[in-house]
Design a protein around this ligand. Structure first.
Ligand code: AHR
Length: 491
């Protein structure tokens, strides 16, 4: 029997809404032919930005958007992307397909997108091939209110008022595509850049240093030791790759074993967050510095016949379970995980939506973000879990992943994932410190493990009403179908 105790009266830590963040890189069809269709497009748009995408992302309360990369960020020179579009310099996007980037989507277009989405921008600056001055100028260009060469240039380009930009990344993957640095070197580079990224009287930056690749604990240790006081956030990147990096496996054609391997690898996020957080605790016991998981999600082989450099993959119920268990883990570590950004929003990796000309389809992963949105800014309910483990491949993963929160209005939200591909399970949840009178729920599941939404069948995997939960005194009994994500609202 699987059992969870929810200590509702002990809830205190806020789950930052920024844990539900997103990432849009100049990669494949994420920006161009994704968000950006241009003002001449027959696809309904606002100043070149697709309206249906904006509506869909507003519906999940998108809190922030990271841009312009990824690896692209350390090749990106922001001045190429401001001023009259027809006069902008072009470049080759060396990381992603070798395509020509004409810079028609630049700083002003990105900030317009964030305003349409009503979300906060998270800008990632260029350390790998840039300079301190270039990044410092970009911050001033976006945020300076007093007259100076950068704010004057911004005004000349049509935006007299400064924008508000809080989140600023100092490079991306400086251990890899962002410069192949050793952490001992980057820690000093970071300190130097951070010195010249200046706050403005009405704009305070939240500076995010490049953090570890997956389980590189040494990286976290050195960064916290040598640069901790100068940062607000330290990143972590972790992708769920079912096979190997050279043969990752298909997004839609997989065996029951591959389902389990994917769950096992996805569940590793729990261990990674726990261990990086433990190191951070040594230097920052007050948990001032956020662990910013600014790239996470599944990475499968590209869809057959598509450009290998565009990272276009389908998205099944399996991806939805990965999203659900990862978000449960981030919620659980709300004291240290202050932001997370799934990679990537449109048409790339574990996307929220896929587009084809004027058509748009929402993925099962999108629906998980919609089902979980009530956790944003709610208070985390501490759980005691007594969950059966599934043995697989010499490892154990829990049959059920869970997290719960309570809103300021007293509404309890419980999100559960049954990771088993074939067995239903029953769960009892003891509610402490609250008198529950009603429960309503929704479930995301499908008959097949690889069920997914297509342009011709866009509603194959969508949330449905759930009648498998009942209240018995102070206990909630939940009968979960196999391979399902369930959200319950208790009042
Ligand atoms: O998200 C795709 C790529 O994965 C990013 O550009 C890079 O930061 C990471 O390696």
């Amino acid at each position: 029997m699987n059992r969870i105790v929810l200590n509702v009266d002990a809830a205190s830590t806020r789950i930052s809404r920024h844990v539900y963040g997103h990432f849009a890189e100049h990669l494949g069809r994420c920006i161009y032919d994704g968000f950006w269709v241009g003002t001449d497009s027959p696809i309904p748009n606002t100043r070149g930005i697709r309206n249906d995408l904006v509506d869909a992302l507003r519906a999940i309360d998108i809190p922030n958007l990271r841009w312009p990369g990824g690896c692209f960020a350390d090749d990106y020179h922001w001045r190429d992307g401001v001023g009259p579009q027809a006069q902008r310099a072009s470049m080759v996007n060396a990381h992603w397909g070798g395509v020509t980037e004409d810079n028609s989507f630049g700083t002003h277009e990105f900030m317009d997108l964030c305003e349409l989405l009503a979300c906060e921008p998270y800008v990632c600056g260029n350390v790998g091939s840039g300079t301190v001055r270039e990044m410092s100028d970009w911050v001033q260009y976006m945020t300076a209110s007093a007259s100076c060469p950068m704010s004057d240039l911004r005004a000349a380009n049509g935006r007299p008022d400064p924008w508000k930009v809080r989140y600023w990344g100092v490079g991306n993957e400086t251990w890899g595509c962002g410069g192949n640095m050793r952490v001992e070197y980057y820690a000093d580079v970071y300190r130097r850049y951070a010195t010249y990224l200046r706050n403005q009287p009405d704009n305070r930056l939240y500076r995010i240093a490049v953090g570890a690749n997956s389980d590189d604990y040494h990286w976290t240790d050195v960064m916290m030791r040598d640069a901790g006081p100068m940062m607000d956030g330290l990143s972590l990147h972790y992708y769920t790759v079912t096979g190997s990096w050279s043969k990752k496996g298909s997004a839609t054609e997989f065996s029951a074993d591959e389902w389990m391997t994917c769950m096992r690898k996805a569940y590793r996020i729990e261990e990674l967050v726990t261990r990086h957080a433990t190191i951070m605790d040594r230097y920052d016991p007050d948990k001032r510095v956020g662990l910013i998981v600014d790239e996470w999600g599944t990475w499968h082989d590209v869809e057959p016949g598509t450009n290998p450099g565009f990272l276009y993959q389908q998205n099944t119920l399996r991806d939805a379970l990965v999203a659900g268990l990862s978000l449960n883990s981030f919620n659980t570590h709300a004291d240290r995980v202050h932001m997370a950004n799934i990679a990537q929003t449109i048409n790339v990796l574990q996307a929220m939506a896929l587009t084809s000309a004027e058509r748009l389809v929402l993925t099962p992963t999108y629906h998980v973000f919609e089902m979980y949105k009530g956790h944003q800014n709610a208070s985390l309910i501490p759980l005691v879990l007594d969950i059966e483990q599934i043995e697989f491949d010499g490892a154990q993963i829990p049959r059920v992943s869970a997290s719960a929160s309570v809103s300021d209005a007293g509404r309890v939200l419980v999100t559960l994932c049954n990771l088993d591909p074939s067995a239903p399970t029953t769960l009892t949840c003891e509610l402490r410190g609250v008198r529950a009178t009603s429960v309503t729920g929704r479930v995301l599941t499908a008959p097949e493990t690889n069920a997914h939404n297509t342009f011709d069948d866009p509603d194959r995997v969508t949330p449905q009403p759930f009648d498998g939960a009942e209240i018995d005194g102070a206990t909630l009994i939940v009968r979960m179908p196999a391979k399902s994500v369930v959200v319950l609202q208790v009042e």
